[in-house]
Design a protein around this ligand. Structure first.
Ligand code: AMP
Length: 283
């Protein structure tokens, strides 16, 4: 391990194991695809406050992209990410190549069942297989006590929790609140692709979720009424093309008829070629 306060960057499985051999415990892992923003910063901050060593992985995982063009245009800048990690007091960055994560002949997939099927799973076939597989590899390589994920990707968090429980992985999965821009737009590496008009329209996701939440708060119990309200608000933005509008059981993600326990309201909306997601949990 490098001296405290010095950020070290490693790129191979062997270097990572060596760097973590004598690292102070507990270790906290923040898996990312880079192009770090204040949402990632909040995860790192929480990891730092709960662990003696904080590891950030930066890996744009090809296996979780269905569309090669989407993978190609995913924003990348290691220098920018290193600056944020230095600023936040990260101890170690793991920034491997694709070949390092998936050695030649790699032929194993971690596939989580029902909870990975709807919503993002059906809109992006194979996406969660890619996510679960890479996170399983990262959990094994880092051997962290804790790993931090954003509620922004609520279904991903459920998929990873399921996987960790089912495979008895020793890393505890910790969910962190969504960090937003002042106008309510959830921070995302993909926001950089929005044109000025699309960026101005994008907070409609948040407005739709807040309206549905307040309808529920006023006693509405029909899930379809909440979906209708979200669709109505999304329709006020010409540039917003809804992909899905969901009111689902917060643990199984089955679509609900009536609200009678924790529910996850979630949306995927296209603005031109950029697809944004957001969600709101109703307890
Ligand atoms: P990504 O780099 O987009 O794969 O995200 C890495 C981690 O950061 C995931 O656990 C995301 O859920 C989390 N994350 C991304 N955006 C936000 C946000 N706005 N607020 C909180 N966490 C986030």
């Amino acid at each position: 391990m490098a001296p405290a306060g010095v950020l070290r960057i490693v790129r191979t499985r062997a270097e990572l194991r060596e760097a973590l051999g004598d690292a102070p415990r507990p270790v906290g892992l923040v898996p990312t695809m880079g192009w770090l923003h204040d949402g990632h910063r909040a995860l790192i901050h929480q990891a730092r406050s709960e662990n003696a060593t904080t590891v950030v992985s930066i890996f744009v995982n090809p296996r979780q992209f269905g569309d090669p063009a989407d993978l190609e245009k995913y924003p990348r800048s290691e220098a920018r990410d290193v600056a944020l990690c230095t600023d936040e007091g990260v101890d170690l960055i793991f920034a491997p190549s694709v070949e390092e994560v998936y050695p030649p002949g790699f032929d194993t997939t971690v596939k989580v069942g029902a909870v990975s099927a709807p919503l993002e799973g059906s809109a992006r076939p194979g996406h969660f297989d890619g996510v679960a597989t890479v996170v399983a590899i990262l959990f094994d390589l880092v051997g962290a006590e804790h790993a931090y994920f954003g509620q922004k990707d609520a279904q991903q968090l459920l998929v990873i929790r399921r996987m960790a429980l089912d495979l008895a992985l020793p890393t505890e999965v910790i969910g962190c609140p969504t960090v937003r821009e002042p106008d309510g737009l959830a921070m995302s590496s993909r926001n950089v692709h929005l044109s000025p008009d699309e960026r101005a329209a994008a907070p409609v996701l948040r407005r739709a979720l807040v309206a549905a939440r307040s309808l529920a708060g006023r006693g509405e119990r029909s899930a379809e009424a909440l979906r209708r309200e979200m669709r109505r608000i999304l329709a006020t933005e010409r540039l917003a093309e809804p992909d899905y509008v969901s009111v689902a059981d917060a643990s199984t993600l089955r679509e609900l008829d009536a609200l009678n326990g924790p529910a996850l309201l979630s949306l995927a909306v296209r603005f031109g070629s950029t697809r944004l997601i957001d969600n709101e949990l109703i307890e």
